[in-house]
Structure formats: C-alpha cells, structure tokens
Write a protein that binds this ligand. Structure first.
Ligand SMILES: [Zn+2]
Length: 311
C-alpha cells in the first residue's frame, strides 16, 4: 500500500515565457537533462535537448548562468518538463506506483486521447500517467505533464468518462502551469537551477513533498478549480468523451459520503464547494454545442474490476 502521504490534491500551472538569455536556457536544459539522466538511472528522464556536449554545455553555462540567476526569470517550458522528470523520479520513491501493464495501457491510452487535444501536445510535450496504490479516492499532478490517479479512484469511478473527467481536470491544471508559477514565487531561481542541474537533491525532495497531496503547492483556489473543470470539459468533448462524466463523478463522491463511506471524505474535505462545482459544471454542459461521446469502455471496466478485487 502507499505510504501515509496520500490524501487529495492536485497541481496547477500558468504559462510563462522565459526571459532568460536563449543561450543559457538551452544549456541549462541540456545539462540538466544529462545530470538527471545519471541521477535517476534514466527511468523517468527523457531527452529534452541533446545538441550540446556536456563539456561544451558546462563551459557555456559558466559564461551565462550568473546573469540568469540575477534575472530570476521564469521557468521555460523545456525546464518545466525537465523538472517534471526529476520530480516524477522522486515521487516514485515516495509513493507506491502500480506496475500493471494492462491497467497502465488503458490509463495511458485514455490520457493520451485527452493530452493530444492540448496546446502543450502541439508543442510536443509528452505526458505520463501513473497509478498509485492507495484505496482512497485521489488524483494529483506535478509539473511537466505527470498525472497520478489512485487505485481507489479507479475503483470508485463508475464509467470510462468519469475517469476521463478526472484526467482532463488534472491535465488542465498542468497546461495552466500554476504550480510552476508558485515554485518561482517560493524559490530563488538559483535554487531551481541547482535542482535542474541535479545539484540539490534535498531541494528536489522538498518540491515533491509540497507537490504531493497535502503539500503547500497542491492547494487550489476556487477559481483555479473552476478553470480546470471548464478546460477539462472542453478537452473531454474534443477527445470524444461524454462530458457528463465529470458531473457523474462528483455526484458519485457526494453519494458515497452520504452513505457513510470514508473513501472520498478527504477529497471532499480538501475541495470545499463541491456542490458549487457541480452546479457550474451543469451550467457549462448546458451551454456546450456537443455533449455526447464515449460514456464507457470495456477496457475501463476490466481495469476497474481488477482494482475492485484487489482493493
Ligand atoms: Zn483540481
């Protein structure tokens, strides 16, 4: 089972544009990727930029790194994705990731159908979808396209479009980049650079702790939740999922609570205003021109049955 860190939360990000000198930006990405590759054993790290040699990159960095540190510029999209790979490797050390090929195949297929509809997919930024062994109903995301759902959430969602709703909501948080903006506010750019370069493992661990459920980076305002719901509904429709799944999932959680189940209690406690969200989702669906699509899929039901049985 997962460790005690699992409650409910997720992450949001806002799109920023790097004002760092282009040379530094590229070098930092290149160097950071290589260092992280070594640190993580290459499990989570994928190449972002591989056009510079390590020696050349370090020499280049020596010439421009200081100006970036002083400038305290925003984290670029490439850097966010690099940071995401490093954070995901750390998440895997702190929670129990489920390695079930069939379940992962479906989750990643459903997630990818949603992801390809986003602007970050157009910008060629990959997403990863993982399952956390945790009986509570939970979902969260970290920068750079990493979405996590618990076995409890999969078992609780009744139909494929309910799981798709959760994925679409989390994907929308990542596309908005709110968490990266928060990290920039909380950490000097020199600390972010050190983490990217693999020089600050404790800083990386702190970031991940803040990003996991219950952490300070994983708290959302009502406005941010509404934005993720709205964008998520749009993603669902574009990916040909029936958007009513979002409505059904929240109503299912409330029904569970009324029945005395504690499975969703933490989710609902951490998301006050759930009834308001249901009302908002209802109103938005009424205004949509297309509200039909995939409701359920046999592959989802097979995955759900599996986690119902093992849970
Ligand atoms: Zn959210």
């Amino acid at each position: 089972m997962q460790n005690g860190s699992a409650s409910i939360l997720h992450f949001a990000f806002c799109i920023l544009h790097s004002d760092a000198p282009p040379c530094c930006d590229i070098v930092l990405r290149s160097t950071g990727t290589r260092l992280a590759d070594r640190e993580s054993g290459g499990v989570f790290v994928k190449p972002v930029v591989r056009t510079f040699s390590v020696v050349g990159a370090l020499l280049f960095l020596a010439g421009c790194g200081s100006s970036r540190g002083v400038a305290a510029g925003p984290v670029s999209l490439d850097e966010e994705w690099q940071l995401g790979y490093q954070m995901a490797a750390q998440v895997a050390r702190q929670v129990h990731i489920v390695n079930d090929p069939l379940a992962l195949a479906y989750l990643r297929d459903a997630g990818e159908r949603l992801h390809v509809q986003t602007p970050v997919a157009v910008a060629n930024r990959p997403f990863e979808f993982e399952i956390v062994d945790d009986p509570s109903v939970n979902a969260f995301s970290i920068p750079g396209g990493h979405v996590y759902v618990t076995t409890g959430l999969i078992a609780t969602a009744g139909k494929a479009n309910e799981l798709a709703a959760v994925l679409a909501h989390e994907i929308s948080h990542i596309v908005a980049r709110r968490a990266v903006k928060e990290i920039e506010k909380q950490q000097p750019i020199s600390v972010i650079d050190a983490i990217l370069l693999g020089h600050d493992p404790s800083g990386l661990q702190t970031l991940v702790t803040q990003a996991l459920p219950g952490g300070t980076l994983a708290r959302f305002t009502r406005t941010e939740e509404k934005e993720a719901d709205d964008k998520g509904l749009d993603l669902m429709v574009r990916a040909n999922f029936d958007p009513h799944g979002m409505l059904d999932f929240f109503q299912r959680l409330i029904a569970l609570q009324k029945d005395g189940s504690s499975a969703a209690s933490r989710y609902l406690a951490d998301h006050p205003g759930t009834q308001d969200r249901i009302d908002d989702i209802n109103e938005r669906i009424k205004k949509m021109t297309k509200t039909s699509g995939i409701v359920d899929e046999p592959e989802f039901q097979a995955m759900r049955a599996h986690f119902l049985n093992v849970g």
